[in-house]
Write a protein of this length. Structure first.
Length: 816
């Protein structure tokens, strides 16, 4: 995002001004609808359409929404109704709804330029600039000098981060039509973003001659003057906004904030008191005045203000609930509870609100049963109560009940699609429900609504990284880094992600910067060394690994990294000597002992390897890896029985480590002890039914044991469903072979062929494919794949069957 990549507050303000171009279309809406006096449905449609337009002009957007819906109930394809409805939804900040209506218009009228522009602007608001660019290009393909198309394209290019190129495009649009407000707004903003602030200001001032009452232009000027600390001019513009739109309380709030920040407290208060005296927006102004005192940390004045006006307006329950909220935030829970309890006898609206607030109060104090009781009462009568559903959803989330949390929070989000706290809560719920894609959608919505939310960008980066999508992860880290440029944690995550992406140069640049920031942290020389290791510069890498170990001698990562580099340099003797010295200095360093054993294994020094692994076991008896390596050492000298014993010992000492059980099961398979192998796989799957590798091997053993029991076959097929859901080609082969064993060759064939595409020389997959072709009487193909399976003397389960079948095939083919 453009402004997310800039550092200073001034730049952020300037780039936010660019966004004003995107929002301008929400302010200036022109209608050109021709009405006709038809009878029946057409007459009713025109009546609703006229009322909708009038309500829109009167800024009664909720009424306009209802009337536009009535138009579309009569004629769902009425373009004027769809366009008006879309504009209204924009005013109500229902961006997704507006997108849907503009898309509907384009299905009916694919060349509707206004709908394309509006849709493109909404895409820009959502940071989907590639989609906006696509729409801009379609407009310009039909009309290369389209001001709207050029302006939309410039907005997309600016969002991509190329503000210089964007300026050139929008400048062309501005020259074509200097009276186009969208183009003018974006042109001014991009001039400022390109360090041509004086020219940008000039464009704004000239535009005001054409649009003297433009809220967008005056807002931009106010922001510009604030960014330059030109307070007198900023004040003039803020006042002008309150004069242009006196009914817009938001502008008055902005002026209050300006006075407050410039130390003019009495003038700030005066604005709110004038609103209160006017009788319009009275309650909101009283609450705003209370909040102003709270911002000043003047709790006594904040409280007395509410009490004063409650005495004057005793039927204003918004003020009473605000006072109760004050007591809650002041931890005067008994007083707040007493107030809420006293409202339970009031009308339905007030009593329901009181019960809901009591639920929140009970939850805040940890009285969850009472909170649930109040919520149940509210939701029994009003199942769609948003406040109650919000609290219940978050309480479900606290209990890690993801399914129910999602149900409640989705309902809340549908009512308020821009509720950032709900979007974040839903992201959490989806993660609990193991649906990272939907969690990403929620967090993307958060970052679109609040581009400066660093935590949202970091969470997105983590989710992308976890799913192996390193490029978008890095994009999110870069945005977070631009928003928090001195954040060590963000830079560390970026450096490690660059390493994972093999971007050694970028990682090293950050790692060296981090070494300067925190020279005492051993991680950063480790990262620097790893960046050199990726490039094959092992001598340089070892220097940095040594620096890391000097800071933290017992650290495993730099130890293992140095061993890898020494082995890559074929310096096995140096590696042995160095590890021996490490062990001498750190006699309980099990990882060092284990690495020492691995080096001896590489040198085929099996006795020395065993001794080192045994030392590692003695130092850390619950660690699985030395047992596995001892097994390899035993196997290397042909002592299979000792290897089995070692794995069984390791399983016992580690509390049943699944990796050792897998090793033991596969060793049993090689010995053709299928029942023993089956027992180990069953044990793994019983403890972890998501261990797909164990499930795969278990299914293959069940097939190999040739069970005729229907229950066993059904279980194998049931287990195999997780294999079908996995993308691993080897698992496709297993499922294909399972279908083969059931005689279902039509299902077997495509699965095994998919596996062979990934592993064209794999003996067992070729065997499976050859046998499947044999069963469907495609003998030439069967012979081809069986010969590949048997070439080079490969050993695999079913080899004897392959040899026998190939002999039979030769006889069949010779007889043809």
């Amino acid at each position: 995002m453009v402004w997310a990549l800039l550092n200073s507050d001034t730049q952020i303000i300037h780039m936010t001004m660019i966004t004003n171009y995107i929002r301008t279309f929400c302010i200036i809406l022109l209608f050109g609808v021709t009405l006709s006096g038809c009878d029946g449905q057409e007459s009713r449609k025109q009546k609703y359409l006229t009322e909708a337009e009038q309500s829109f002009l009167e800024q009664d957007y909720e009424k306009a929404r209802i009337n536009y819906k009535n138009v579309l109930k009569i004629d769902p394809k009425d373009v004027n109704g769809l366009m008006g409805f879309a504009r209204t939804l924009e005013k109500l900040a229902d961006w997704r709804g507006a997108v849907g209506r503009y898309r509907a218009v384009l299905e009916i009228e694919p060349d509707n330029v206004e709908a394309k522009v509006k849709l493109g602007q909404l895409y820009l608001m959502a940071n989907e600039y590639s989609m906006a660019m696509e729409l801009a290009e379609t407009i310009l393909a039909g009309e290369p000098t389209s001001v709207a198309g050029l302006t939309l394209k410039a907005g997309a290019v600016a969002k991509e981060g190329n503000v210089s190129k964007a300026l050139g495009i929008v400048e062309q649009a501005h020259k074509l039509d200097k009276h186009d407000l969208d183009a003018t707004v974006l042109y001014s903003s991009l001039l400022v973003a390109n360090n041509r602030a004086a020219e940008g200001l000039s464009v704004l001032e000239k535009a005001l001659d054409v649009w003297p009452d433009s809220i967008t232009l005056h807002s931009m000027l106010a922001n510009y003057y604030l960014s330059k600390n030109q307070l007198i001019l900023a004040e003039e513009e803020l006042k002008r906004l309150t004069q242009i739109a006196p009914e817009n309380v938001a502008f008055k709030h902005k002026l209050v904030l300006f006075y407050e920040r410039t130390g003019r407290e009495q003038e700030a208060e005066k604005i709110y008191r004038e609103i209160i005296a006017s009788g319009e927006n009275q309650t909101e102004a009283i609450i705003a005045l209370h909040d102003l005192y709270m911002m000043r940390k003047n709790q006594d004045k904040a409280k007395s203000t509410l009490e004063e006006f409650i005495a004057t307006y005793p039927d204003d329950f918004d003020l009473k609930f605000k006072l109760a909220e004050f007591y809650v935030n002041s931890k005067q829970y008994d007083t707040a509870e007493s107030m809420y309890q006293s409202y339970l006898s009031e009308n339905d609206s007030v009593s329901t609100r009181a019960r809901t607030r009591l639920a929140y109060l009970m939850e805040r104090q940890g009285k969850l049963d009472q909170a649930e009781t109040y919520l149940a009462d509210v939701l029994k009568e009003y199942p769609g109560n948003i406040d109650a559903l919000t609290l219940r959803g978050k309480m479900y989330l606290d209990k890690e009940d993801a399914v129910n949390a999602i149900s409640d929070l989705r309902t809340v989000l549908n009512a308020n699609p821009e509720n950032i706290s709900i979007l974040k809560a839903l992201a959490h719920a989806y993660l609990l429900n193991e649906n990272s894609d939907l969690a990403i959608q929620m967090l993307k919505a958060v970052s679109n609504l609040d581009p400066r939310d660093v935590q949202a960008h970091l969470q997105l980066a983590e989710l992308y990284s976890a799913s192996g999508k390193l490029e978008p992860a890095l994009d999110q880290y870069k945005i977070a880094d631009s928003l928090s440029p001195n954040n060590e944690f963000i830079k560390q995550k970026m450096a490690s992600t660059y390493l994972a992406a093999d971007a050694s140069g970028a990682s090293r640049e950050l790692s060296l910067e981090l070494m300067e920031m925190k020279p005492e942290n051993p991680i950063y020389p480790l990262y620097t060394g790893l960046s050199y290791q990726i490039e094959g510069k092992h001598e340089r890498a070892i220097d940095y690994f040594d620096q890391s170990l000097a800071l933290l001698p017992e650290a495993i990562e730099p130890l293992s990294a140095k061993v890898r580099s020494l082995l890559a340099l074929k310096q096995l003797d140096q590696a042995s000597a160095w590890l021996a010295e490490v062990v001498k200095q750190q006699p309980n360093n099990a990882p060092a002992m284990n690495f020492k054993g691995e080096v001896h294994l590489a040198k085929q020094e099996y006795k020395a390897a065993e001794l080192a692994f045994e030392q590692a076991v003695k130092a850390q008896s619950g660690w699985w890896l030395p047992y596995r390596n001892l097994t390899l050492a035993k196997m290397a000298v042909g002592d299979v029985a000792a290897a089995v014993d070692m794995l069984q010992l390791g399983i016992d000492k580690t509390g049943g480590d699944s990796r050792l059980k897998m090793e033991l099961a596969m060793l049993y398979e090689r010995q053709n002890k299928l029942a023993e192998a089956l027992k180990q796989y069953e044990s793994i799957v019983a403890a972890d039914d998501d261990n797909v590798a164990a499930i795969n091997n278990l299914v293959m053993v069940l097939i190999a044991m040739d069970h005729t029991d229907e229950g066993v076959q059904e279980r194998a097929m049931r287990l195999g469903q997780k294999l079908l859901a996995d993308e691993n080609p080897l698992y496709k082969d297993t499922m294909g072979w399972l279908y083969y064993s059931k005689g279902d060759y039509d299902k077997a064939l495509p699965l095994i062929r998919r596996a062979l595409i990934a592993y064209p020389q794999h003996p067992e997959i070729n065997f499976h494919l050859g046998m499947t072709y044999y069963k469907i009487a495609e003998f030439e193909k069967a012979e081809q794949y069986l010969r590949v399976a048997l070439q080079d003397g490969a050993v695999f389960r079913g080899k004897s069957t392959a040899e026998e079948t190939l002999v039979a095939l030769e006889e069949k083919l010779s007889a043809l």
